[in-house]
Ligand binder design. Structure first.
Ligand SMILES: [Zn+2]
Length: 253
């Protein structure tokens, strides 16, 4: 497989001969107002440009996986750019209705036993924060990809560390794990995605896996930089386990 970090949570995953686009957020730098009640109210989203052209990203995509419909995972630029007959996987009926309403004709709700071509897709749980903020943040999912000729890949989505992430790791034993680790926050309510301590918990649960950190430094409410995370994993001695890609960087496994 090859996993390319595009920007924010957007990934291009080439897996068992198929090209998956995950959480497309394709607008030009500065298109949308900042998320409110958070850091950097003077900066529009996305904070940075795409590392490659939209054509490059969406060319020959076999399926799109949208873990939830927040703007930084599914935006107007993506709705415009993606062909309306492309295969779209979403987490539930509610999201399917929105995506169909946006004109997409080939929308399927991820299940725990979805098979696309011959790739097994397993929807996983996530919690987009802890406590009260969860009501505001809404439902999210992640996905496990399995194929006989590939290592097992777990894309955790917008979730903090909690027992369901541990369960996915215990059940599916992924060798590659992508976590969203910008520790994005509003001024109140705590982490919405993983921070460095969450990443360390993932490492402890899967010490032999390669962990790739995504969703960093691309929308205004991030609080954990790549530099700080890199210092942390160096201090912990886990820099060969945790990979912190720049936008555009890719890995083959
Ligand atoms: Zn997000």
């Amino acid at each position: 497989m090859n996993i390319q970090q595009i920007r924010n949570a957007t990934l291009v995953v080439k897996y068992a001969g198929k090209k998956f686009l995950i959480d497309p957020f394709l607008a030009e730098k500065g298109t949308y107002p900042p998320f409110p009640n958070s850091l950097r109210q003077d900066q529009n989203n996305p904070l940075v440009s795409l590392p490659t052209s939209i054509d490059d990203i969406i060319n020959n995509v076999d399926a799109v996986i949208v873990t939830h419909l927040h703007l930084d995972h599914y935006d107007d630029a993506s709705k415009e750019a993606l062909p309306k007959d492309i295969k779209m996987f979403v987490q539930n009926e509610e999201d399917a209705n929105v995506v169909k309403n946006d004109g997409f004709q080939n929308v399927e709700i991820l299940q725990e036993d979805t098979v696309f071509e011959d790739v097994h897709l397993i929807k996983t749980k996530g919690e987009h924060g802890r406590g009260e903020i969860l009501k505001l943040a809404g439902l999210v999912c992640g996905v496990v990809l399995k194929h006989q000729n590939e290592k097992t890949l777990y894309v955790a989505g917008d979730t903090v560390w909690y027992e369901a992430v541990q369960e996915v790791i215990d059940t599916h034993k992924p060798e590659i794990i992508v976590v969203n680790a910008g520790d994005n926050q509003f001024l109140e309510g705590g982490s919405l995605v993983m921070g460095k301590d969450d990443v360390y918990e993932v490492y402890k649960a899967a010490p032999n896996a390669k962990i790739i950190t995504s969703h960093m430094e691309a929308v205004n409410h991030w609080t954990l930089s790549r530099e700080e995370l890199t210092r942390f994993i160096n201090d912990k001695g886990i820099s060969s386990n945790v990979l912190v890609p720049d936008d555009g960087e890719s890995y083959s496994f």
